[in-house]
Ligand binder design. Structure first.
Ligand SMILES: [Zn+2]
Length: 148
């Protein structure tokens, strides 16, 4: 069954799905953020945030889901859990790490920025991987942790 396509762009539904998955898999530990529909051929979903260079803060965390892929319910749920785990990593970043990341950015050291913030090529190892492994193990739902 296809539940999620160009005819099914329901913000309220995605909001309630976020809340349900937050309750079921994250012990309601994730403050609500926008779940936004985009058209991106390359990604099922993406967790994003902005750099506030003036205040040296990270802000506007949000999840984008690409409507292009005609998700089944299972894929939609797994994709959202995948992105919510990135959000959980984001919430766990310490002020020290964020400060260091801005310093690395000022030195044009993007590798260290990615490493500290656990994004880019460091996005699916360490914390994200352990969160998803725990969920997979606990609920036997087999979210892919290997192919990124
Ligand atoms: Zn990811």
């Amino acid at each position: 069954m296809i539940l999620f396509n160009e005819k099914f762009n329901n913000t309220k539904y995605l909001k309630s799905l976020f809340n349900s998955l937050n309750f079921m898999y994250f012990d309601n530990s994730l403050p609500e953020i926008p779940v936004i529909i985009v058209n991106n051929e390359n990604l099922n979903g993406c967790f994003k945030f902005d750099f506030d260079f003036e205040h040296k803060l990270l802000k506007n965390p949000r999840i984008e889901l690409s409507i292009i892929h005609n998700f089944s319910y299972t894929t939609l749920e797994k994709t959202l859990i995948h992105e919510m785990a990135h959000y959980k990593v984001y919430l766990g970043l310490t002020p020290e790490k964020i400060k260091e990341a801005f310093a690395a950015y000022d030195n044009n050291d993007s590798d260290t920025v990615e490493k500290l913030l656990e994004i880019g090529k460091y996005g699916h190892i360490n914390t994200w991987k352990s969160i998803i492994s725990e969920i997979n193990h606990k609920y036997n739902i087999k979210i892919d942790i290997g192919k990124y």
